[in-house]
Design a protein around this ligand. Sequence first.
Ligand SMILES: NC(=O)c1ccc[n+]([C@@H]2O[C@H](COP(=O)([O-])OP(=O)(O)OC[C@H]3O[C@@H](n4cnc5c(N)ncnc54)[C@H](O)[C@@H]3O)[C@@H](O)[C@H]2O)c1
Length: 322
Amino acid sequence: MRVLVTGGSGYIGSCAVRHLAEAGHQVLILDNLSTGHASLSKGFELIEGDISDSVLVARCLERSDAVMHFAASAYVGESVTDPRKYYSNNIESGLALLDAVLASPVRIFVFSSSCAVYGVPASLPITESLPKDPINPYGDTKLAFERILTAYSVAYGLRSVALRYFNAAGAHASGTVGEMHEPETHLLPLALRAALGTAPPLKVFGTHFNTPDGTCIRDYIHVSDLASAHIKALEYLAAGGESTALNLGTGHGSSIREIIKLVEEITGRTLPHEFVDARPGDPPALFASPEKAREILGWQSVHDLRSILTSALMWEEKKRKN
Ligand SMILES: NC(=O)c1ccc[n+]([C@@H]2O[C@H](COP(=O)([O-])OP(=O)(O)OC[C@H]3O[C@@H](n4cnc5c(N)ncnc54)[C@H](O)[C@@H]3O)[C@@H](O)[C@H]2O)c1
């Protein structure tokens, strides 16, 4: 298929683009490079522009059979201090993108949603049927966009799969693309950089959570596992599958202390870290039930935390040498 990938110059989109090409699909990237990097799109056609530019998007859609929509503002903390940016980019610009899609023959849409739609879950593991109650504007924009997609599916036949990622991590096996957020807020790259001495000591927020070792538990999912789920979602929709929303996680949580230990083992270095107060609203544990994605897409993750960290370490070392 010919796939328009919005946000294909970002972390997860650039990895998905490589998996799409490996699976024989044609890729066209649309990215405004607000947080993405042209270097991550090397070897692919990149149209530099915004998803709200309806004329540009219409031109891209003339050459596409499906859309994968990764483009968004994606910093949880920033969404609290600057919510306007998040409602504007993730909803308003997203609606403009959908208008252009509806004006075209394209009716297949894969959306990057997030486990942030659940807020603080009532039970674990998190299944898709749990209440959706986001605790920050970022999660709110993801849930709102999912609801728009559901309504558009019913009214206009735009079939979509919303993929609710848990914590994306790791790098593509080629070593050509990986995490390059600026600023970086994600735990694994910060932990690796602290161990390598390229970032300050890791701040561990909270040690008195109701978890076995007192630190937060999260479900880290390899970016290549996310990418493979996107390909399966695309194929599912192309085969006539109905609109749905699916969790993408491993089903296993890892605590921060476990991560520190594994980073030290993999790097062979001490990971300098300091314990600080928990952040308000941080849930003690979040991990997915990936069962629905397995049933509907036949997908499951293949990378464990060691594989995630090993690939991310290769990527960090490569960036350090460049
Ligand atoms: N990283 C995670 O752990 C995670 C978890 C859950 C969901 N997500 C979602 O996955 C998607 C990708 O996340 P990421 O970590 O790769 O982020 P990223 O910032 O690396 O990638 C986002 C890309 O979208 C582009 N973009 C943003 N707004 C745009 C616009 N209006 N027009 C065109 N391009 C635009 C950016 O330049 C960037 O290349 C986002 O939708 C994010 O909300 C990420």
